[in-house]
Design a protein around this ligand. Structure first.
Ligand SMILES: N=C(N)NCCC[C@H](NC(=O)CCC(=O)O)C(=O)O
Length: 445
């Protein structure tokens, strides 16, 4: 049976804006209050999806959460008509309104953790939506994301959906951004490498910025997904790099099949961590552990360029390509490193630069924008076909964006109730294009 990696990218929602909501994420803070361009952001994201599909890869689309999140605002005591809720929140709690307007569900690497059927004891694909409990604007994503995932992967013969972990600091879970699967190929059982920022039983933790993922959360996900404990590793992120802006492991490491590329400061007690990975890997092909030295690329350059937030994809005709953000071309050390890497004797032989600047300015590179789902041919057929990107869907979605999205948004626009109407109208239409059913709260009342 053939298995494929399908990248499900998050479609950027109509309210994409820069609100400075993510303490510990350098770009989010640096670009707070900048004017955003939601139309350009969505088209850049669609451009990336189309580019990957043109490489012959399977590409999916995940719908965004609906924003503003009126349900949350109402639960916090803002009452009256929808318009009144917005106007009142804008006056009294503008920060809260920003959280409820964030388009952050676009970063679907944080939507969930997925275990493919070749890794699980019941041979089904398991999904746990991330609770994203560290940030309010992200914690409110979990319920709708769960509904969207259920609508895309609805066949119970193949797919198991777990509830998000409890919303508590003990179980902070940021999904696939802290989970890498290493395997001979997608057809094989893999080693699930869970990377956490904090173990609640240990004092080793960052001192400046928050560690968003806990070991306890990763362990709970591995248990629910019925993974073989011999095929799971729990490794701690280096707390010093979290304090330098590496708020998820996918900002400092990237893996695909039998290749793992990571910075020399990525992990706590790195030598031992790398040995654990080498020892636990059960594949028969060579495992390529590529460690990038501080001398070649500093942590600062890594955070600025997002080199490790590239996608590493297997090409249909063999070899792998790095899909890097175009910011990598502007940082000399990174560009030199990448051009040397494709000549070196590793499976990586191509580097493709793509422009996702609108997302990058909020700390989301190419890898943040996609959720990897390894599916067998049968499981792929059992998924919602309207969410799989082909040329027709790409053009339909571009037209949909052109029709509904603004090309400029500032924090002041969030107080305008017209934006709510525009956003919900667009998403209502989108849920029909993607055949999702009534996944949004505003469709369910
Ligand atoms: N690394 C991965 N996988 N994902 C990146 C997520 C970026 C996101 N940014 C934001 O939420 C910024 C929103 C704002 O400030 O407007 C975050 O910090 O959670």
């Amino acid at each position: 049976m053939n298995y494929y990696e399908v990248n499900f990218d998050g479609l950027v929602g109509p309210t994409h804006n820069y609100a400075g909501l993510s303490y510990g994420n350098v770009a989010s803070k640096a670009n707070a209050k900048k004017f955003s361009n939601p139309k350009q952001a969505a088209l850049q994201g669609l451009g990336k999806m189309f580019a990957l599909s043109q490489l012959g890869l399977h590409q999916g689309v995940l719908a965004p959460n609906a924003r503003p999140d009126l349900k949350t605002l109402r639960s916090l005591g803002f009452a009256g008509s929808d318009k009144q809720v917005i106007v009142k929140a804008a006056q009294v709690e503008p920060q809260l309104l920003k959280a409820c307007y964030s388009a952050s569900s676009m970063w679907t690497a944080n939507a969930a953790t997925i275990s493919p059927s070749c890794d699980t004891q019941d041979n089904k694909v398991h999904f746990t939506p991330a609770n994203l409990s560290n940030k309010l604007h992200r914690a409110i994503e979990a319920d709708t994301t769960a509904r969207i995932l259920q609508s895309v992967f609805h066949d119970e013969a193949f797919f198991v959906h777990h509830s998000p972990l409890p919303q508590h600091p003990l179980f902070g879970d940021e999904g696939a951004a802290n989970h890498t699967r290493l395997a001979d190929s997608y057809n094989h059982a893999g080693l699930a490498v869970f990377v956490y920022g904090q173990d609640n039983r240990s004092e080793v933790r960052p001192t400046k910025f928050p560690a968003r993922q806990t070991r306890q959360a990763s362990e709970a996900v591995a248990r629910s997904h019925m993974l073989n404990p011999d095929n799971c590793l729990f490794i701690q992120q280096n707390p010093n790099v979290i304090d330098q802006g590496v708020f998820h492991n996918d900002v400092i490491a990237i893996g695909n099949e039998n290749v793992f590329l990571f910075h020399e400061q990525a992990f706590y007690e790195q030598q031992a961590a790398v040995k654990h990975i080498r020892d636990a890997y059960k594949g028969s092909r060579p495992l390529h552990l590529i460690e990038v030295s501080e001398a070649d690329v500093s942590v600062e350059d890594a955070v600025q360029s997002y080199i490790f937030n590239s996608q590493l994809v297997s090409l249909p005709n063999g070899g792998m390509a790095i899909i890097a953000p175009s910011e990598c071309q502007k940082v000399d050390s990174v560009e030199s490193y990448l051009s040397a890497l494709k000549q070196a004797s590793t499976p990586i032989n191509e580097v493709i630069y793509l422009d996702v600047k609108q997302s990058m300015q909020n700390g989301g590179g190419p890898a943040c924008l996609r959720l990897r789902v390894v599916l067998s041919e049968q499981e792929l057929k059992a998924s919602n076909q309207s969410c799989l990107l082909d040329e027709t869907l790409y053009h339909t979605l571009c037209l949909w964006v052109e029709k509904h999205y603004r090309d400029q948004l500032s924090e002041y626009d969030l107080a305008d109730p017209q934006l709510l109407t525009e956003s919900y109208t667009a998403l209502d239409e989108l849920s029909q294009i993607l055949a999702l059913g009534s996944v949004y709260d505003f469709q369910r009342v």
